[in-house]
Every structure is written in structure tokens, then in C-alpha cells.
Design a protein. Structure first.
Length: 373
């Protein structure tokens, strides 16, 4: 598919604020102010997020419980790629949550006032019911990460009609980096997905894993300008975490590389009309404190297991027994939160992965399993 990727986005916006919530709102505003239809998208979702958070605060008071602001879920671990160094490889593929179970989970998230659902995987668009379920849950805002291969014109139009979703298409930077890590033709698939989403009028962006293999290009003007030209309204950088099978320790950023890329992201925020969100820095903040394990987020795997985050394949409870409210009351997640040192990172981008041995010790003490139940 031809894709000239011509940009009509206004330039000159300065972004210096940190924190994922404010940054995502900035991205919605920057994209939304460029046209009446987009502005309506911004206003509707701004109201959704505001109303949901008010509901969450009320429920926390009534139930005497802490509720996360973000629910991460992997509806399937199936994928049509086999990317090198993928954290989700080796996960079980059977006994996935059904459409009915996903619908019940989303309904409970609405009732509890959890405003944002991050959908990952696997390739989430392989779940046949997912987009229809999302379109029916108007009180939730969804962030979905996809490899782009299934973002046809019809899917892009469905995403745009839903009005409550931002689709992030995974890219490794250059054509060579993207095809080399993913598979031949992967870069072209990303460009086609961008073209379809832009033509449909959807709000979308890119997701890139930052490693020693591609950090220089990801921080370049050429890459960011390409993403702007293709219509991206937001960009997510996630630092490589060496978990799962087929790890690449040589991809882990050193401290100097990490600091240099952070400075570059802040420079690009000030210089480019694109909101960039960086993990873990914008999640952990100046206090270097992870938001997972139920502090501000938790993860539901494709079999319903309640995990601290997508990088930690350890679960002690399952939403099939007690639902999302039980997940928020998980003794396993509480035990992790009661040891704050487990939520602070040093060498790696994920504190919980860095402390995996201690977390597995907690699971053993609580007589939990690993992975699914």
C-alpha cells in the first residue's frame, strides 16, 4: 500500500511535564485541537477519564480499598510474529479468557471506576471479540499495543468508530531494525497500519522498545519526524527488559546510555509536535518507585491470573474466582507492596523483574503457582 505519510500536524508545541497521565492528556489535546471531529474525541475521553476517576475515589472510600488507575490485560498470548527477545514468548496459549469473561471484567472495571485499560499480549487483535467489547465499554479508555498486521482498513474504521481507544503500533525504528527483530516485511506492515488508521481518522501512535541495538536511531530527529509525518499523536518508548526465553543481555542499556536517551526524550518533547512517553522514567518518577503490584496498576494474564505486571509471570489468584475486586485485594500483591525495596529499580528497567527471586519467595510462602493457575 502506498503511504506518502504527509504531515499536517502543527509544530512548536513544548512538552516538559512528566507522569503518564498528564502526558497522555497532552497527547489527546495536541491531536484533538487540530480539527472539530478530533476535538470531540478529546472532550468525550477527557470527560470519561474525569468521571471514572471520581467513581474510583468514591468506591475506594466505600469499600475501604485501594483501586488502581490502570488495568493491564493480555487477552491472548497467541501471536503471528516470533520477535527476538519478546518478554511474552513461552506463555501458555490454552484456556484463554472468553469474550463473556472479558466483558464481565470490563464491566467490573467500569463499576469500580478504573479509568484506563492497557491491552497487550500476544497480538491482542487475534482475540475475535475484543474490538466489539471495547466499543461497548464507553466509560473506559483503552490503550492497545499491536504489531499492525491485522490493522486493515475495516479494523481501522472500527477503531475510529469506537471513540475510546488509542492504538499503538509496535516499531523498532528503522526498516532494518524492525524487520530484523520481527520478520521480513514488518516495517511495511507498520506503515500500512499507520496509513489505514490515519485515513479512518483514528487516534494512534507508535510503541518502540529501546535497546542498545536501536537507541541511537530512536532518539534521532529522522525517526521522530517520520512518526509525525505518518500521523502519530503519541509515542511510547519502553526500555528493553531481558525476561522470557531467548533473552539478549547485550541489549540492556547501560547507565550512561539510559541517561543520554532520557535527556534526548526531554529535548524532543520541547522541540517536536509529538507527545513522547517513556518507560520506566515517566512511570517511576523522581522517587524511582514502580506503580505495579496494585499500587497504580496490575496485570491480568490470558488465563485470568492476577500478576504484578506483564513482565512477572507469577500469579496467586485468578479473576475467575472473585473477579477484579478480589484482584485488588490480592494478598500476594499486598505482600509485594509491603516491601518497598522490591519496587525500586537499579540495573534494569523493571524493578519487579530485578527482584524476581524475592517475589517468587513470597509466592512460595503463600503457596502460589507460577504463570497461570
Amino acid at each position: 500500500m502506498a503511504n506518502p505519510c504527509k504531515s499536517t500536524t502543527p509544530a512548536g508545541l513544548h512538552q516538559t511535564r512528566q507522569g503518564i497521565g498528564p502526558l497522555l492528556r497532552s497527547a489527546l489535546w495536541l491531536w484533538g485541537r487540530s480539527g472539530p471531529r478530533r476535538l470531540l474525541f478529546f472532550l468525550r475521553n477527557g470527560r470519561r477519564l474525569w468521571s471514572a476517576n471520581r467513581r474510583r475515589l468514591r468506591q475506594m472510600k466505600q469499600l475501604d480499598i485501594s483501586l488502581p488507575t490502570v488495568l493491564a490485560i493480555s487477552p491472548t498470548m497467541r501471536c503471528n510474529y516470533n520477535c527476538r527477545g519478546c518478554y511474552s514468548r513461552g506463555r501458555p496459549l490454552e484456556d484463554e479468557l472468553s469474550g463473556r469473561e472479558l466483558d464481565a471484567l470490563f464491566h467490573e472495571a467500569e463499576q469500580l471506576g478504573i479509568p484506563v485499560v492497557v491491552v497487550t499480549g500476544g497480538e491482542p487483535l487475534l482475540h475475535p471479540d475484543l474490538l466489539q467489547l471495547i466499543s461497548e465499554r464507553r466509560h473506559l479508555f483503552f490503550v492497545m499495543i499491536t504489531n499492525g498486521t491485522m490493522v486493515t482498513q475495516e479494523v481501522a474504521q472500527q477503531v475510529a468508530r469506537s471513540g475510546n481507544i488509542v492504538l499503538l503500533v509496535s516499531i523498532e525504528g528503522s526498516p532494518a531494525d524492525t524487520d530484523g527483530r520481527r520478520r521480513p516485511g514488518a516495517y511495511t506492515a507498520v506503515m500500512d497500519a499507520f496509513a489505514n488508521l490515519r485515513a479512518a481518522g483514528a487516534f494512534f501512535g507508535f510503541a518502540a522498545t529501546n535497546s542498545t541495538a536501536n537507541t541511537a536511531y530512536l532518539g534521532s530527529d529522522a525517526f521522530i519526524e517520520k512518526m509525525i509525518d505518518c500521523g502519530c499523536g503519541v509515542g511510547f518508548f519502553s526500555e528493553y527488559v531481558p525476561c522470557g526465553p531467548n533473552v539478549h543481555p547485550d541489549w540492556v542499556l547501560g547507565e550512561m546510555q539510559r541517561d543520554a536517551f532520557r535527556r534526548r526524550v526531554l529535548e524532543l518533547r520541547r522541540a517536536k509536535p509529538l507527545v513522547l512517553i517513556q518507560f520506566p522514567q515517566d512511570e517511576y518518577g523522581e522517587d524511582n518507585y514502580c506503580s505495579a503490584a496494585g499500587r497504580a496498576s496490575l496485570h491480568i494474564n490470558s488465563q485470568g491470573g492476577i500478576e504484578p505486571c506483564p513482565f512477572i509471570a507469577v500469579a496467586c489468584e485468578n479473576i475467575r474466582e472473585g473477579g477484579l475486586l478480589a484482584a485488588c485485594r490480592s494478598p500476594f500483591l499486598q505482600a509485594i507492596r509491603e516491601q518497598p525495596e522490591l519496587l525500586r529499580r537499579k540495573r534494569f528497567a523493571c524493578a519487579l523483574f530485578e527482584h524476581l527471586t524475592e517475589i517468587e519467595t513470597i509466592a512460595d510462602r503463600l503457596k502460589c503457582g507460577t504463570g497461570t493457575l
